[in-house]
Every structure is written in C-alpha cells, then in structure tokens.
Design a protein around this ligand. Structure first.
Ligand SMILES: Cc1cc2nc3c(=O)[nH]c(=O)nc-3n(C[C@H](O)[C@H](O)[C@H](O)COP(=O)(O)OP(=O)(O)OC[C@H]3O[C@@H](n4cnc5c(N)ncnc54)[C@H](O)[C@@H]3O)c2cc1C
Length: 475
C-alpha cells in the first residue's frame, strides 16, 4: 500500500532506461524510488563487446537519472546483502525489479525475493522485457493448462489480438537521496534516446523493405535492435506501438505494409521465445522436445575449428561467421544457415554453437539464443516432423545470388566479380579451388552437404523409431 513517505529501491538490470518502463511504473505507485544498480557476478564478461555496450548503456541511464535529480547508486557485492544494506540505509520498505527470462536470472530473483520478504520488505517484480507479458498470452489460450505456447503460429495469432500499450506514467524518484555508490563507467554511448531515434530512422524508410532485408544480407538493413532490446535501452512495447503507428500511413504500398507486418512478426518471435523460457524453465539447456533429450549431438568434430573461423568452404556460412567475428552481429538468415551447418552437416550439439556465439555476440539474450538454436536443431518449438536442414549452396543461390555478402566478408573472395555463382562453394568451380594464392586461397568444402545431411537424417529417423517403439515408462 502506498504511503506519502513510502520509499522503495528499484534494481536496474536489463532494463536500462526510464521511459515506457512497466516495472518502474508499477513501483511508482508504491512510493518514491531510489534507483540502484547492484553489480554481482559478470554475466557480460564472456564477450568484450557486450561488456562495453552495457557500460555505455549504464552511463546513459546514470546521465538521465542525474538530470532527473536522482543519482544512480551503483554497489558491488553479493546481491541479497547489498540490497538489504541499501534498503536499511535508504529506509526503504519495498524493492522492485523487472522479471528475468533465463533460468539463472529467475533463480537469483526468487532467492532474493525470499530473503527480502523474510526481512519484512515488500517485493514488486513486474514483466517488462516482452511487448506482451507471458501470462497475458497464456490466459488467452484456449486450453486450460495455464502454460505458455509451444508452437509459434497460434502464439502469434493471440499476440496480435492483445493490445498492450506503452507505459506513459513517469517514475517518481527520491531526489537527493544522499546514498553513495561507485561512479558509473565513463563510456558515453547510446542511451534510451539514441535507441528510440534509431528506431524512428529505421521506420521512416528502411523498415519498408524489411521483408527482403531479413532474408537477403546484401540488401537493405534489418533493424539492428537486438542490443538495445537486450540491454533494455528500448522497450519492446515502444517498438510494437511505433510499427503500428507507421502502418497507419495511408500512402504505403502493399509490399511496404507486408514488410511492417514481417517486422512486427519478428518482435512477436522475441516475445515467443521469452515466454518459452518463462514457462519451460529447463529449456535453455535441455531440448524443449522431451523425447529428443537423449538424441546424441557430438561435442566435437574435426571441422569444428574451421566452422568457428568461417573456413568451411561454403561461402554463405563462412560470410556469416566472419561477419560475427568482425562485428559481434550476424545477419539473421546467415545465422540460420550457419547454425544448421553445425548441427546437421557436422552433427555437433547445438549448445556448442550457442556457447561459441555467446563469446562473440554483442547482444545478450539467453532465452533467444537457446530458443533459436533449439529451433534450428529441430529439438525445440518448431514442431516440424523432420529437422529442416538448410542446403548452404541453395541458400546462397537464393539469398546471396551475386555473392555480394560472401565477397563483403570473405577476404579471399573479395576480388571475385559480382556474378551468379559467386557465392558457390569453391569445389563447384574448379578453377577457383586451386590453391593459386597459397594461404589466401579459399578452402574447398570440409564436408559434402548432401552426404552429411542424409547421414544425419538416417540417425534421426532411427532414434525417433526407437523412441516410438520404447515402452512409455519414462517421464
Ligand atoms: C541460431 C540463432 C541464434 C540466435 N541468437 C540470438 C541471440 O543470442 N540473441 C538475440 O537477441 N537474438 C538471437 N537470434 C535472433 C535474431 O537472429 C536476432 O535477434 C537478430 O538477428 C537481431 O538483428 P536485428 O535486430 O537486425 O533483427 P531484425 O530482423 O531487424 O528483428 C527485429 C527484432 O526482432 C527480434 N527477432 C528477430 N528475429 C528473431 C528471432 N529469430 N528470434 C527472436 N527474436 C527475433 C529481435 O529482438 C530483433 O532485434 C538468433 C537467431 C538464430 C537463428
């Protein structure tokens, strides 16, 4: 219950902004807020790019808070002890935060909640990261299981029906609260305002070609929102509302309208994987499809190192992997093809790929990483009867027809003329497979795709047959 002098701590984590903030708004109705950043372990340390993006976002948040007259209190140490100590110093009677969507984050929040409540504090934890909270889509579900969706198509239909507008309430901060903490990192970078401006620029023009850009890496840009959404410098609700506002333009052409719809669908896909992580908490490490949990994926392969380096001999795969190494981001279509190559052509366990990319990616979203990797590996929410094995050669022909993506990221191919077939594996063009340039020669394919894919499907079919024949005794 709110009292005129009630005070609460708000723990920022992956929601580093002030506007359209559901969890801050929920806490504001309790009392005035002391903004806190409790630094515990370092889940950002695995990627240097990620760490500097987070530091820049913290700096941006601290600047916005200082302008609002409420300095961000940064403290380091064990989470419960830090928060309990701060609550005492601030004479706060409540603590609020945005809910996590990864198993370790959720476990940490649950244990913190138990400790705080035992100490007599009120906890107000709110869904903020998804555009539509998991419980809202689950409640609208026809079945009475009370669980989330496991299939995307029906989820999307429900998601589109539910209207969750941006949060307009301004948070009420405790001004000049007098609490001391570490200084924020001095790495001026994009804060909430910059993320919103980038979204508006994208929606003004490039988003109208999104339907092509999401598949064709050499075409226009995709939105490049994953870092901002992962850090929470931008709210998914804001993105959804901005897409809807743009779609109200009466002068849009049909294909532009379809692009905006595809862009909105991508955002729904993010919410879908967040709700999977929320309702199926063991899914980050164990396949969502229970019957596939015993399906063996290799921990290693003689070509694993060349896959990591982008030297598989399949240009579309290699361009993606080299783009990731060079920039910390990979085009979404290339992610599908490069991940499929690891899981099916090399038969390597999806977790090996997820962890390799985790060290390179600037964005951080364990629920999206696990959900997408399982989807590609055919063990997750994509309930197709057989795994969809992408043919890297056909993908290159369809989505990099003149090899512009391959030539952009693969130095050995940079001087090739733009032409049909420029994205083909070297072995298909014998004159290009010759080691004419010593170390600079582009390698021949490390495996034959058709042979590897068929061998995988044989193993898969045998496993599924055995599972179907096995007595139904295990859980
Ligand atoms: C194997 C694999 C691994 C992935 N790992 C990650 C990851 O670790 N972290 C991460 O944030 N995304 C991951 N993705 C999803 C997606 O590829 C990225 O979010 C996207 O490339 C980010 O670029 P963008 O913002 O330009 O995307 P756009 O295509 O412009 O999409 C806009 C936003 O929609 C959401 N979105 C789009 N596609 C997906 C999708 N397939 N799943 C969930 N949300 C989506 C993202 O929030 C994205 O920022 C992965 C996809 C694959 C196939």
């Amino acid at each position: 219950m709110s009292a005129p002098d009630a005070r609460a701590l708000f723990l920022f984590d992956r929601d580093l902004r002030l506007d359209d903030h559901a969890a801050l708004a929920a806490l504001s109705s309790y009392g005035e807020i002391v903004p806190v950043l409790a630094v515990t372990g370092d889940s950002y340390a695995s990627s240097a790019r990620r760490r500097s993006a987070r530091e820049a976002a913290i700096d941006g948040l601290a600047t916005s808070l200082a302008q609002a007259g409420a300095p961000l209190v940064i403290r380091r140490g064990s989470l419960a002890a830090t928060v309990l100590g701060l609550a005492r110093e601030a004479r706060a009677t409540a603590v609020g935060w945005s809910l996590a969507y990864d198993a370790p984050g959720l476990a940490a929040q649950r244990s913190l909640q138990a400790e705080l409540e035992e100490a007599g504090l009120t906890v107000i934890a709110t869904h903020d990261a998804p555009a539509v909270p998991p419980e809202e889509t689950a409640a609208a579900r026809a079945s009475d299981e009370g669980l989330g969706y496991r299939a995307f198509a029906p989820y999307l239909a429900t998601w589109r029906r539910l209207d969750v507008p941006p949060v307009v309430a301004r948070p009420r901060f405790a001004r000049a609260h007098g609490l001391r903490g570490e200084a924020p990192p001095a790495s001026a970078g994009p804060g909430g305002a910059a993320a919103r401006a980038a979204l508006e620029t994208y929606l003004a023009g490039p988003a109208l070609g999104y339907a092509t850009a999401r598949d064709v890496p050499g075409d226009g840009p995709t939105a490049r929102l994953s870092v901002a959404l992962g850090l929470g410098t931008l709210a998914a609700r804001t993105v959804r509302a901005s897409i809807a506002a743009r779609a109200r333009d009466p002068f849009l052409l049909v294909e532009e309208r379809l692009s905006l719809r595809a862009f909105e669908r991508a955002l729904a896909q993010r919410d879908f994987f967040l709700q999977l992580a929320w309702f199926f908490e063991d899914a980050p490490d164990a396949p969502l499809q229970r019957r596939m949990r015993g399906f063996p994926g290799a921990a290693d392969h003689p070509a694993l190192a060349v896959w990591r380096e982008g030297r598989t001999g399949y240009p579309f795969v290699d361009a993606g992997l080299r783009q990731l190494a060079a920039t910390g981001w990979m085009h979404p279509r290339a992610r599908l093809v490069a991940a499929s190559f690891l899981c099916f052509d090399l038969g390597v366990d999806w977790r090996v790929g997820r962890d390799a990319w985790d060290r390179e990616l600037e964005e951080y979203d364990p629920a999206l990483a696990a959900g997408n990797w399982q989807w590609v590996a055919g063990l997750g929410a994509d309930l197709a009867q057989f795994p969809r094995i992408y043919n890297p050669r056909k993908q290159a022909r369809a989505y990099d027809p003149i090899g512009s993506y391959a030539r952009r990221w693969i130095a050995e191919l940079a001087d090739r003329p733009a032409a049909a077939g420029a994205g083909e594996p070297a072995a298909n063009r014998p004159q290009l497979a010759l080691p004419l340039f010593g170390d600079r020669a582009y390698p021949a394919p490390v495996v034959d795709h058709e042979t590897a894919a068929r061998a995988y499907l044989r193993r898969y079919a045998a496993y599924v047959r055995d599972q179907t024949a096995a007595p139904i005794s295990s859980p």
